[in-house]
Design a protein around this ligand. Sequence first.
Ligand code: ADP
Ligand code: ZN
Ligand code: ZN
Length: 735
Amino acid sequence: MIGSFVPAYYSIALPVVLRTLFDYLPPEGHGPIAVGARVQVPFGRGNGRILVGVVCQRHQTQELPAKLKRIDKVLDDEPLLDADFISLCQWASHYYQHPIGETIATCLPKKLRLGAQASITYPKHWQLTVQGKGLPDDGLKRAPKQQLALQQLRARGTIADDQLAEHGLGRDSLRNLAQKGLAELTDTPPNAGQPQAKPAPHPLTDEQAAVVSQIAYGAFSVAVLEGATGSGKTEVYLQAIAQVLARGQQAMVLIPEISLGPQTLARFHQRFKANIVALHSGLNDTERAQHWLRARAGDADIVIGTRSAVFTPLPRLGLIVIDEEHDLSFKQQDGLRYSARDLAIVRAQKADVPVILGSATPSLETLSNINHGRFTHWQLHARPGGASHADIELFDIKQESLIDGFSEHALTEIAKTVGAGQQALVFVNRRGFAPTVLCHDCGWQAQCKHCDSNLTAHNHPAHLRCHHCDYQRPPLSQCPECFGQNLLYLGAATEKAEQMLSEHFPRSKVIRIDRDTTGRKNAFDQLLEQVHTGEPCILVGTQMLAKGHHFPNVTLVVVLNADNGLFGADFRASERTGQLLLQVAGRAGRGDHPGRVLIQTHHPDHPLFTQLFSHGYRAFADLLMEERMRSSMPPFSYMAIIKVEASFPQPATALLEGLKNALQHAFAPNPHNQYLGPMPAIMERVNKRFRYVLQLKCSQRKLLHQVLPVAVHYLSSAKVPKDLRWSLDVDPQET
Ligand code: ADP
Ligand code: ZN
Ligand code: ZN
């Protein structure tokens, strides 16, 4: 038939707050455009803005709608996003009630979101020349570093120039090889060949093997792997991944930002001869886009990344691993407020592949899914490495005289530890010198001008700082109210602990690890290197110290004050505190020495503590679970929070009042839906803005998802002042 050409128009997702797709005609004379391709379009009044969007639907019709604008430019001949990816975005957009265009934009690396060309340029990598390949393995005996590089290159085929450190190689040795004509640096596509796993160093225990065999079926299932640090979880991941690679599939590993260091990557590189692509905050925008494109091209065997890596397209996805599944960093706290863990499970379900959730301290949500039979549960009991569990002491500091927060007992234990040539770790959950500055004469307290929050005193360099809005002011020499000289610096924080310990133990090295000492690039790794020399020292730090790092020579952990978290305002405060305390305690005694943990508290008999430390995490979690059931809080209900912030309180509370009324109107009163508030956020004023919340709680997920679209519709169409912002957080992790 002649003239079978049917005209078409296209529905496009654009990164704007409007909750809809936008229809456009193709450029004049342009052939069909693929769904999933990016296009550039004029947008808004007078077509003043040029936006990059993604084609989501093609409509073929003889009757084109009138007055459609035309697409300016088609950016991709092939679809950049496949149907699976778009369907995951649609799911997320619906579940989190976030505009589809913004959702897709969030899922794309920035460069691609802004319209950069989707072509892969391979990173520079080293390989052997013909001459180098001809050399015997011990051909460079007199240059041991070059010989190591030669052997590594032979074993792996190629090594990326930016991954030399992960393979224990220095750039100089490779340059020297190149000068001798033995190696070369190229940017042709690396040909690592079929991915391979080295044989595992030890046979799996029965418990470990059980999880790996569940993965062997290849179908969707969620296996929770519960085990303390050092119990062999990573070994399970590695062997499960080996199976997946052997099937010609790709694996995705999600881990908290803080654990994604060279140590972790090195362990994967040592086990696999495979293309391993890391996605973390250290990458620049170009690298990030390149890694994403390589994964999409099927050219990455293993993707290891933080939260946002869950959106990496993997055409042959075979397994998703989420390490530390309970970790708060998997939840995005602004924009599209997604949980990478939950999205990963949805993604695995759509792709029909297995998921492993690893944790020493599974979240209550995950435990509840186990209880309901939705997830299988595997416990790793023994520590295969052999080190024994730490012995934990709850030390009652009621009426003890404390020196800058330290009891006499704690100081004695630290002295014994460093005296024996071992390392001690002191955990303080605040950075800075003192969280409270108080005038002893008149009671004045240093507070932030812009927030309902105290200023924290810092000594390096000396200043006062708000930890919420970053307001800073010079240090005080006297009280600004009464000009008194008696300023008190109260409360425990890392700098004060560091100073106190340096004075008390003048001959010991004290190493402070917190956000202030690790801000510079590589600073964290350099500090860790010092610790890894194994020399006796005292480590002082915040939660940065709690996660994922191996400190084989630490035999004593002191928790300066365990009480703060237990009584926090958030309903998850005790859960998080328990998880953190166990994680900190897990730092002790990982090497050949047994560990000791000393926890200072005013409440040694608090049932949560006794459950946690005498009966373990499960008993602790059971107790919390009962509490949540009694108060019908998640996981016994489903929650969403609507937050409104504005320069003045009234418009914010009025909007939420109006919303609450509208919801009460739209849904007949029933005990299954609760609307709590409006109430001030835990901190009402931050950075000169007032913040209020309305909490929606439903007994079933389905009910919540009936309420949400109505709420969003109300909020989007309400008339509000320009400076007012509202946001919706489904399954909030912080209330
Ligand atoms: P996790 O990830 O739970 O912290 P790892 O997998 O890192 O634990 O294991 C801790 C240590 O125990 C590692 O040194 C690892 O090589 C070793 N290990 C793991 N599984 C076994 C096993 N089945 N037999 C002997 N050693 C093991
Ligand atoms: Zn005063
Ligand atoms: Zn502030």
